[in-house]
Write a protein that binds this ligand. Structure first.
Ligand code: LAN
Length: 722
């Protein structure tokens, strides 16, 4: 019998924007026909649900600028009433299971419609090989397959319903769940289907180390420490949810041998070869070996709760969890810590506590309904990031000068105004946070984290819009100076900028990387992308206000350019850590060099970079890289050109003032050919990456960068031919 995917009536879904906080996005389901009539679906909702948007056909574009205009005519339909562009942000496949397990152990249920759509999403993203990988573009792993199988079971799928038997067979074929990577071990232990003894020590005592210790956790990359912190609480207190019948059944389903016969202590370093990207460093295994003795003491009944060190470590860790929750309005920095923190608050304070309820109130922020079902996003949206680029693109292409787009442009400024962080976080010192005064976060202000490139692109967007004669000067120089202070505070001695903070420790801390599926996660490394955003923001600002911290800005910019020079690869490219991959980073780096006055005409570096790109232009005029470039650090050719990467290459070549205009013309033709009659571009392959190994989608990029590249190319091609 054929199995039918579960689904709800998509006509019942609406997107609520800004209900609880600025920029918030939340999908709600209207069961009642009358409510649906009173609140009809708009184009944004229809678009993201894959329904007919009814958007009109536009006059055929004859020039790149006309195509850019058509593109924005379509894209502005997706602008919300508050000014931002609501967008899905999916890709990673380990997020939903974390949330589903967390809700389950806390005795909570999502709405039935949400559960149905979550199941649909998981099933839709199942690969032809039969399971799930780390992200939607990757082949199955034990982590992806076991976690999603467990999620489906909790969401109500029977053990033999639809494809479940097949999936279980694949799990067994891959060796069963014993070899699941550490983060999976932790989630399964919380649920009660793995034993904490099988998890290498996640010692909360590390948070008792004095700050001067070279590997103390406050020095770790923020995402790792904010994930480690609640994990260490759950590990240190050996938290396990209620033993329901499902727990006992799952214990029999996901292993290749009886649960009771598994030797758990031997599993600590058992990580499935299907999953490993960063194998444990011997230092980590040795540390785990020592800590195992200490942990054995904690485990002795009656002894564990009397040990003062563990007690004070747990108290310390719980305080840090509370600070993080309160700083972020219970969003936390991201979806992984969100689910873990929620369980910690439940474990300590119970289901009726203010803290736990606060967490529940911010679950929907991470859930996005797509045409494939309900997903958990990489963050609570990408509001600031998408909007900042779009604003700059509109201004640089001169589309912002056109009367029909003025209102939309002003709405963006209004959004930016309300999204700027006006002060440092409440628990600034206590939670080891970087200053945030004057900054913008990647998503919403409530999330509250500065990112070096988000504050920079946010500021650039404000400067761009406020340069328009019709725009009010909503952000005065004082507020921009706050942003500048924060940007200046984020430069590392090498001249490069990292993501959220300064680099706080040695790269040797990578030896402690216990998340086997990601690379380069322990340290906040410097990135050419972030560095470019920062240095360009400083430059744009200094034109506006040449007196403010003039010398600091100049020194910072010079050092940043030196860093960009230093990390250029011999083949002329730059490696990208947040977008795919060499094309993405090379676009940023060439923007930096253009600011330094370096172009093909006078710079061998720029010529080398342009040659790198031009050598990779495909037959059809486009560019295409797969995420494997990020994984292997070698250019991986996509079999099909991608409009987003083609747009990045066009922008890069324009920054470099590349002379052969036929290269850019052919690229524009390709982007125009792929445009639909209503101005949209279809979604192609994934655009983003993090931690070297996990792809993440930026679906707004196909609009933003195509419009930007076409509009700029139009000007560039004209100026060249004169
Ligand atoms: C992001 C998304 C945005 C991204 C850019 C601004 C593009 C980048 O230039 C700097 C780093 C940043 C902010 C970034 C860092 C890591 C994030 C938050 C993500 C890729 C989105 C999801 C990812 C996060 C770590 C996912 C949760 C998984 C864990 C490993 C904790």
């Amino acid at each position: 019998m054929d199995f039918e995917f579960p689904s709800t009536d998509l006509k019942g879904w609406r997107l609520k924007v800004g209900e609880d906080s600025h920029g918030q996005q939340k999908w709600v389901y209207l069961r009642d026909e009358k409510q649906r009539e009173e609140w009809p679906q708009d184009v944004t909702e229809k678009y993201w649900l894959g329904l007919d948007t009814g958007t009109p056909e536009l006059p055929e574009a004859k020039t790149p600028l006309e195509a850019a205009r058509n593109g924005y005519k379509f894209y502005r339909n997706l602008q919300s009433h508050d000014g931002h562009f609501s967008t899905e942000y999916g890709g990673p496949l380990f997020l939903i299971p974390g949330l589903v397990i967390a809700m389950n152990v806390c005795g909570q249920k999502l709405l039935p419609e949400q559960e149905t759509e979550l199941k649909k999403y998981i099933l839709n993203k199942r690969r032809k090989e039969g399971g799930w990988g780390l992200h939607t573009a990757a082949p199955p792993t034990v982590f992806g397959t076991v976690m999603n199988y467990v999620a489906l079971r909790i969401l109500g799928m029977g053990p033999d319903e639809g494809p479940m038997t097949e999936i279980r067979a694949l799990i067994h074929e891959m060796g069963g769940a014993t070899g699941i990577p550490t983060w999976g071990k932790v989630w399964l232990s919380v649920l009660g289907v793995y034993e904490w003894d099988g998890v290498g020590s996640i010692s909360p005592e590390l948070w008792l180390l004095p700050d001067w210790v070279p590997f103390a956790p406050w020095r770790w990359w923020i995402h790792v420490r904010q994930t480690f912190t609640p994990m260490s609480y759950l590990y240190g207190s050996r938290f396990v949810g209620t033993f329901t019948p499902l727990v006992f059944t799952l214990r029999q389903e996901i292993y290749t041998q009886p649960y009771e016969s598994i030797k758990w202590s031997a599993q600590q370093s058992n990580i499935s070869p299907y999953d490993v990207y960063s194998p444990h460093h011997p230092v980590l295994d040795i540390a785990h070996g020592f800590l195992a003795y200490y942990e054995a003491m904690q485990n002795l009944p009656g002894v564990s709760s009397c040990l003062p060190l563990r007690k004070s470590a747990l108290k310390r860790v719980y305080d840090l969890i509370r600070y993080e929750d309160e700083n972020t309005g219970y969003q936390t920095i991201g979806p992984v810590s969100k689910a873990f923190n929620m369980v910690c608050r439940y474990a300590k304070e119970g289901p009726d506590s203010k803290a736990f309820k606060g967490h529940l109130s911010r679950v929907d922020d991470f859930l996005w309904l797509s045409k494939d079902g309900l997903m958990m996003m990489g963050t609570n949206g990408s509001q600031l990031w998408d909007l900042s680029f779009m604003a700059q693109a509109l201004v640089e292409t001169s589309l912002a000068d056109e009367p029909e787009f003025k209102k939309s442009t002003l709405k963006m400024l209004d959004w930016l105004d309300k999204a700027q962080l006006r002060q440092n976080p409440k628990w600034y010192h206590e939670n080891y946070r970087h200053q945030t005064k004057g900054a913008w976060a990647f998503s919403t202000p409530e999330q509250s984290y500065v990112v070096s490139d988000c504050v920079s692109e946010g500021l650039k967007a404000v400067i761009a819009i406020q340069s328009l004669p019709y725009a009010p000067k909503t952000l005065d120089l004082g507020r921009m100076r706050d942003a500048i202070d924060t940007i200046l505070s984020m430069q590392n001695p090498s001249g490069g900028f990292a993501s959220y903070e300064l680099q706080r420790g040695s790269t040797k801390m990578e030896w402690l990387n216990a998340a086997e599926v990601f690379g380069n996660i322990m340290v906040d490394y410097e990135y050419p992308e972030c560095t470019t955003s920062a240095l360009s923001a400083l430059k744009h600002f200094s034109k506006l206000d040449p007196t403010y911290r003039q010398q600091d800005i100049q020194i910072t910019v010079d050092k940043a350019i030196t860093y960009i020079h230093d990390v250029q690869r011999p083949d002329g490219s730059w490696y990208g850590s947040w977008g795919i991959c060499f094309t993405y980073a090379t676009m940023f780096a060439l923007e930096s060099l253009a600011i330094a006055g370096e172009t093909c005409a006078n710079s061998e570096r720029v010529r080398r970079a342009c040659k790198f790109l031009v050598d990779r232009q495909m037959e059809d005029g486009g560019w295409g890289e797969t995420y494997m470039s990020c994984v292997t650090m070698e250019y991986a050719q996509h079999e099909q050109s991608q409009v987003v990467q083609t747009a990045w290459a066009v922008l890069a070549l324009i920054y470099g003032q590349y002379g052969d205009k036929s290269v850019i013309e052919r690229a524009c033709k390709l982007i125009m050919k792929r445009q639909k009659p209503d101005g949209r571009w279809e979604q192609e392959d994934t655009e983003g990456i993090f931690n070297k190994n996990c792809a993440i989608d930026y679906p707004a990029f196909k609009f933003i960068f195509c419009i930007w590249a076409l509009g700029r190319a139009d000007k560039y091609l004209k100026s060249q031919s004169q």
